[in-house]
Ligand binder design. Structure first.
Ligand SMILES: [Zn+2]
Length: 451
């Protein structure tokens, strides 16, 4: 329940809790759910996403990668699908292909589909743009395009399987804590404030007989423990494995949080990836053992792409940068000038995907695109409720970093430096945080949240 509602709706809330305590009653009356998984491990050597410094494609598989779908149907019969994947990210082009097929095949509207990625830095590259961050040759690019085709097919398939397997179910929600995420901007800048979000949100879905069907959990931390040439899902992969080992029969799904400026530290050892996975699994188990809040319906959903404006450099500015001592700055200017010389245009703004799911009066799930810094998670939880707001990012289009105004002003990699790796003209204009906050606020209100 929302804290602000306690005083005015105390008695009805007690009644609801009493109802929820009767096993199976609420489940049969309101929700249905289905969950499914599919193996998306590349079947050949492929370039790996995450680090620009890799010089060759993958050399083996340490851990299988999965896409998992949770289909959830509210009492009005409206279905929504949460899809999570052990991938660096779904880019806009891939998301659009998946969404178009899912809408055509299963009649699922765009706002009812969340495509979340763990941002493992040891998964395959999934898109081939004109300018790649990675030094791939034609053969490497062909492998990526083959993988992309298989990935789209498999994601569409796993969503179908989850939809078909719907049965009466009860979703409930609570949060735990885990502490290994470190604000990585303090590495080299110990004077920075370095906020973190150590909450571990848990959405548990139980069948009518009380058995766990799905356990979706979140955390705000990059999946960057490992950096070698073995395909794996990094700490979120080990976390999902550990949650499933501890809860046989359930499918565990990692929903990425606002991890842009958060790193698992220390790192670079397989043992650490496993340990962080175990840490999360223990935190999830602690939550599962508690009395969790049963979520009421309906599930309201909104999705929209809102324009985020860039600070676009002039042609003269770009020419001036060609002699910059920083190789990345000069190369970025070269790429942008090539676009202009061919009669092309630089992007003036980014179509930024914002999505909100509202579970009755009980949970606001905010699903943002891009790599979002932790300030947004803290801001939205403060605004809409620390206990019943779940802020995730790496949804629908993982195109670049999304700084808060503070991080934008501080500068550095997450502030805009990362855009030097592609063709975004960046950094974003100062309006970035308020533009996102305004859209989120509109959506939260329109879906009936934060009353
Ligand atoms: Zn990243």
């Amino acid at each position: 329940m929302r804290r602000t509602e306690v005083a005015v709706t105390w008695i009805p809330c007690l009644c609801l809790l009493a109802l929820a305590a009767v096993p199976g009653l609420q489940a049969a009356a309101s929700w249905k759910a289905g969950v499914s998984r599919i193996d998306i491990t590349p079947n050949e050597s492929i370039w790996m996403a995450g680090y620009a410094s890799r010089t060759k494609p993958s050399e083996g598989v340490r851990q299988r990668l999965f896409a998992k779908a949770l289909a959830i149907e509210d009492s009005a019969g409206i279905v929504s699908v949460l899809l999570t994947a052990d991938l660096g990210g779904f880019r806009r082009d891939v998301s659009q292909r998946i969404a178009a097929r899912v809408t055509a095949k299963y009649h699922l509207p765009r706002e009812r589909l969340v495509l979340n990625s763990s941002h493992t830095h040891s998964g395959p590259v999934t898109t081939v743009g004109r300018y790649s961050t990675y030094p791939m040759n034609d053969e490497h690019k062909a492998a990526v395009l083959r993988y992309q085709g298989q990935l789209v097919d498999k994601v569409v398939e796993v969503i179908g399987t989850a939809l078909e397997s719907r049965e009466p179910a009860t979703p409930s929600y609570e949060q735990g804590f885990a502490g290994f995420a470190v604000n990585r901007r303090r590495v080299g800048h110990r004077e920075y404030p370095g906020p973190t979000d150590h909450d571990v949100p848990v959405l548990a879905v139980k069948k009518a007989d009380g058995a766990l069907l799905a356990i979706a959990f979140g955390y705000s931390c990059h999946a960057t423990v490992l950096s070698d040439y073995q395909i794996n899902a990094d700490w979120p992969g080990y976390a999902q494995e550990a949650v499933e080992t501890r809860n046989p029969g359930a499918i565990a799904m990692f929903v990425n949080g606002c991890s842009a400026d958060q790193n698992p530290l220390p790192r670079r050892l397989v043992e650490l990836a496993q340990r962080y996975g175990d840490t999360i699994a223990i935190a999830v188990d602690e939550v599962l053992k508690r009395q969790m809040r049963v979520l009421g319906g309906p599930l309201q959903a909104l999705y929209e792409e809102t324009p985020l404006p860039f600070r676009v450099p002039t042609k003269d500015e770009l020419k001036g940068r060609l002699s910059d001592k920083n190789r990345r700055v000069a190369e970025h200017a070269e790429r942008l000038l090539a676009i202009l010389d061919e009669g092309g245009e630089l992007m003036k703004e980014y179509p930024y995907p914002v999505q909100v799911w509202q579970f009755g009066n009980d949970l606001t799930f905010i699903a943002l695109g891009g790599e979002v810094v932790v300030d947004y998670s803290l801001r939205f939880k403060k605004a809409y409720g620390w206990e019943d707001t779940w802020v995730s990012s790496y949804n629908n289009d993982v195109f670049s970093y999304v700084p808060s105004l503070r991080v934008l002003n501080e500068g550095g990699y997450e502030g805009g430096g990362a855009m030097l790796f592609g063709t975004l003209p960046g950094p974003f204009r100062a309006v970035v945080e308020e533009a996102i906050a305004e859209k989120v606020d509109e959506f939260v209100k329109r879906t009936g949240g934060a009353k």
